[in-house]
Design a protein around this ligand. Structure first.
Ligand SMILES: [Mg+2]
Length: 194
């Protein structure tokens, strides 16, 4: 999967290699659907036309990149495992996201991890398991203590805690039971914790 993105998004990744030289000591892991882009209810983002950025994310993303954080996408996409979409479609959506992020904020994700396995597979990579985060931590060699997982579901939070990073849950349900270190209604409400 990673190789596929490198081949097809070469332009974006060349830019990323420059980003990567800034600071490697801290990272923010982002869930995708519901954090980066609006989550289609009961469906998957199958084409670039179905991918719509959440405006709050774009502002937040620029801010944390300006502060020297690595930005790493960690996303379950079992729509591929179900046969609802193909890996090529996922790659197309990813390239669109990266190109648009670069155009709109001046930065894009430094690394991207997807798990396309079905929920029933109990894959060690599929959130709430921490496999994708642990792969990224091993690859980039940063300190989990200075790093964060931002997600909109409890499985993101559990995966983050299992990887021993700090966690932020985005939700508009104030009384939701969660293990997250911080809860915010949106990324605009996060102040002074990064
Ligand atoms: Mg989500």
């Amino acid at each position: 999967m990673q190789t596929l993105f490198l081949l097809k998004c070469r332009k974006s990744y060349r830019h990323l290699n420059l980003n990567n030289q800034v600071l490697k000591s801290k990272a923010i892991f982002f869930d995708r659907d519901g954090v980066v882009n609006y989550r289609p209810v009961g469906d998957y983002v199958k084409t670039p036309f179905e991918f719509h950025f959440i405006p709050d994310f774009l502002n937040f993303f620029k801010k944390i990149k300006d502060s020297g954080y690595l930005a790493i996408l960690i996303s379950n996409q079992q729509g591929v495992g179900k046969g609802i979409m193909t890996e090529e479609q996922l790659t197309e959506v990813t390239c669109y996201m990266q190109d648009e992020l670069l155009r709109l904020s001046g930065f894009n994700f430094d690394d991207i991890y997807y798990c396309t396995d079905l929920k029933e597979s109990n894959s060690p990579r599929r959130k709430p398991n921490p496999g994708m985060l642990l792969e990224a931590i091993a690859k980039w060699d940063f300190d989990p203590v200075n790093s964060w997982m931002v997600g909109d579901s409890e499985s993101d939070i559990i995966a983050g805690k299992r990887a021993r990073v700090r966690t932020v849950l985005l939700t508009n349900i104030p009384a939701l039971q969660t293990e997250a270190h911080h809860v915010f209604i949106s990324l605009t409400k996060i102040e002074n914790i990064f």
